[in-house]
Design a protein. Sequence first.
Lengths: 260, 260
Amino acid sequence: MSDTTALRTQRARITAVTSGKGGVGKTFVSSNLAAALARRGERVLVLDADLGLANLDVVLNLYPKITLHDVFTGKHRLEDAIVPVAGGFSVLLAGSGMVEYSRLTPEVRDQLLQTIEAVTPQFDRVLLDTGAGISDVVLYTVSLAHDVLVVTTPEPTAMTDAYATIKVLATTQARRALQLVVNQVLKPGEGRTIRGQLQLVIDRYVSPGLDAPVKLDFLGELPVDPAVREAVQRRQLLLELYPGSPAAQAMIALAARVAQ
Amino acid sequence: MSASPPPPAESKLPAAAAAPASAALNVDAALSLLRQSGHEPPAGPVGSAAWLQNLIDALCELSSRDALTGLANRRHFEMVLAREIDRVARAGEPALLLLLDLDHFKGVNDNHGHAAGDLVLKAVAEALLECVRPMDTVARIGGEEFAIVLPNCPPAFGPTVAERVRTRVERRPVTIGLTEKISVTVSVGGAFAPQWVRSSVRLWLERADLQLYNAKTSGRNRAVFEPAAVSLVTAEEKGLLFGTSYSEHDDDQESRDGPA
């Protein structure tokens, strides 16, 4: 996606965080990556685009008064729904009343597009925390992003769903470069091995027949770390609670690569 | 049409009727183009704004048609395709693209001459027009290549339409000369635009073209459709992803490796 260079100085770089399978730590990655990027001086917004099953508020222990739902229904202005959080970034929450938006009607699409267009001038980066699966809402949300960050774990089901996501994005959205984060790795280097394995299958089954090969960039891995569990249970950011933990350090390294 | 003589320079714009700007315009070539292609001269007082508008409209119409068959030409077809991609992204209505290629057309030209080939192309164009709705666009996009864009076409109807087109061409022998009849068949490749997602003209064409290729290589005179957009991960892909060897001795291997 090289057509945005001119805009980059004025408008946020939009990165979709997606996974295929749920429960691989997508929202954990989005929120802590946002905190790590904020530490680097970026103005970051995390948009909870998981319209059907939003949980960024749960992860961050927020009780938002105003959500995207209120913006969509015209009760509140968008500015009032953008909430600064402890990690030094802002969030825009879907809110639990969004179940009716889990189906992608033209209204939802237009509202989502308008929302993103309205927020991009105010931030350096917008992270779109998408829902799980490869639904039309997820595909649409991802189609709005410059970059796609795929989160997986070493679990076979997670890898299979990550592969399916990459395949669909490559064939239906002409994505030729995607980024991979491997969460919950048991031993160092496991993430890189998984990337290699995914790339192998992509080269064999996805790239042939396309105009250009699909490249999966390895962005980094996050180790299994008791500190993560602790932070999640206490509903706080890992980077706030245990900034020195191995997973937090890995997240900081990840942010450095994202910012490049 | 290539044999037509250069146009006689006979059109004169009455100076009184012409606006100052149009008086200086040389429209002779445009008028003779229209005449040559069988169009009526533009309506309205010669040189008036309405007359010029009609002339421009007629030229636009002319530049969007295929000279031999009267179908939309490639330029117009690509414009329709781009418009349809916009509409599908906005409204989510499924749209189908069919690419058609006459089977063994070179043989027609070689055995019966190019005049016969032209007759066949015209007959096929008529057959295609008979098979579609007024809202659909039928185009000739290459020598013996045709395309049909079908807006708002539910996926279940795709194969029905393609089959109708295929049989219509097959059952319509073309009379050449006095008595000789030749039958032609057509191979069809179909792909739906991904709903809600902004595709590109090139990508959509590429996908339909791949299916056309599949129709050709699997024996011609048939219609082949792209499998459902959200493709699942096959056993072979999983095998490669997780390093299992999927040889013909699969079962043996599984039973051998199972207890390990």
